[in-house]
Ligand binder design. Structure first.
Ligand code: ADP
Ligand code: MG
Length: 140
């Protein structure tokens, strides 16, 4: 499959522990290239809209509160089969179930504070990239 893009967030548990470099190193070693990156502090409204698909889930309010509890690093990642490649290096949502060598197994704190977000489809990747980045901010 040709090189394509996905969207990543390094979550507040990782910025708090000053391990954004460690996370990015694992992404790069998995064959992904950071073609856009910025550190932001999301508003509640932004986080609620971003995670709107989870609005009915029991953990929604806690998730939003966690995601605005500190800065995050939003990134566009490029690589062959980028969405699946990123999901593979992220590992399972719950770090207790994640494979050894994945970001969540090695670095995450809990099922909520699990260090990284990654798009789950090409369609959602495009939507999520456009939510945070202007085209001219992405430099491949
Ligand atoms: P993923 O991030 O692996 O795609 P989901 O899209 O299902 O997982 O969930 C979005 C985020 O919501 C997770 O990354 C995690 O931070 C949080 N989350 C998911 N399930 C739970 C849960 N059971 N309890 C608390 N937080 C959760
Ligand atoms: Mg998800």
């Amino acid at each position: 499959m040709a090189a394509n893009r996905t969207f990543s967030i390094i979550k507040p548990d990782a910025t708090r522990r000053n391990i954004t470099g460690a996370v990015t190193k694992m992404l790069e070693e998995a064959g992904l290239r950071v073609v856009a990156s910025k550190r932001i502090h999301m508003s509640r409204e932004q986080a609620e809209e971003f995670y709107g698909v989870h609005r009915e889930r029991p953990f929604f309010n806690d998730l939003v509160t966690f995601m605005i509890s500190g800065p995050v690093v939003v990134q566009v990642l490029e690589g062959e089969n980028a969405v699946q490649r990123n999901r593979d290096i992220m590992g399972a949502t719950n770090p207790a179930n994640a494979d050894v060598g994945t970001i969540r197994k090695e670095l995450a704190e809990s099922i909520e504070a699990n260090s990284v977000h990654g798009s789950d489809s090409d369609e959602n990747a495009a939507t999520e990239i456009a939510f945070f980045f202007k085209p001219e901010e992405i430099v491949g």
